[in-house]
Design a protein around this ligand. Structure first.
Ligand SMILES: [Zn+2]
Length: 204
């Protein structure tokens, strides 16, 4: 009996190692990427969207995800493209609280959208979009960082539909300026694994 139990236990251990390895590892099983487009139809962002795109790219790359920025006209033949729309009003117009910074609409395969409520973002971040912060940096740097994290948070809702918020980190509900403007804002390890797994499983 002892002789048989030994190999059986080893087999179980080996299986456990194999099944958990992709989940605990931050090494993705593929080369995860998303296609996205940002709309600022009301020209809300001073200086244009270049810095916002770069900041979103920075946050996504930290998660091992490479974004491809699409132009409006490219959308037809591009497959899954995540739209990010900057709105000039608060979420109160949509029956939510003024503190709501972003929301998503899940349309299925081709046109899921992330909406960002620009006046509420300004209120929440408490730093000027076009001013130099007291912490230094180029004008708008901190503000752009905060906006980028709000956008990436909402993108996660689209990429991980139905997933509950984390207790802390980038995918926590009710993010405050302190987290949004911090030098780094981590994503919960399990949510990160789920993201990489999904991006490597579902074609985006
Ligand atoms: Zn959320």
């Amino acid at each position: 009996m002892v002789m048989r139990r030994g190999p059986a236990i080893s087999t179980v251990l080996v299986l456990v190692t194999i099944t958990t390895a992709p989940l605990v590892s931050s090494e993705p099983a593929c080369d995860p990427h998303v296609k996205a487009v940002v709309f600022d139809g009301h020209k809300l962002v001073p200086g244009g969207l270049g810095p916002v795109r770069r900041a979103v790219e920075h946050e996504l790359r930290r998660l091992g995800v490479q974004p491809t920025w699409m132009k409006d006209g490219d959308l037809e033949s591009a497959g899954f493209v995540l739209r990010v729309v900057l709105l000039p009003h608060s979420a109160r117009d949509w029956g939510r609280t003024e503190e709501t910074l972003g929301a998503v609409r899940l349309d299925g395969s081709s046109a899921s959208s992330v909406y960002v409520f620009y006046p509420s973002v300004n209120l929440a971040l408490g730093v000027p979009a076009d001013g130099t912060s007291i912490l230094g940096g180029t004008p708008g740097t901190l503000w752009v960082r905060g906006l980028a994290r709000i956008i990436v948070h909402e993108m996660l809702h689209v990429l991980l539909p139905g997933r509950a918020h984390d207790a802390s980190g980038l995918f926590a509900s009710n993010l405050k300026a302190r987290e949004l403007l911090a030098a780094e804002l981590e994503l919960d390890a399990e949510t990160h694994s789920a993201l990489l797994t999904r991006l490597c499983t579902v074609p985006f």
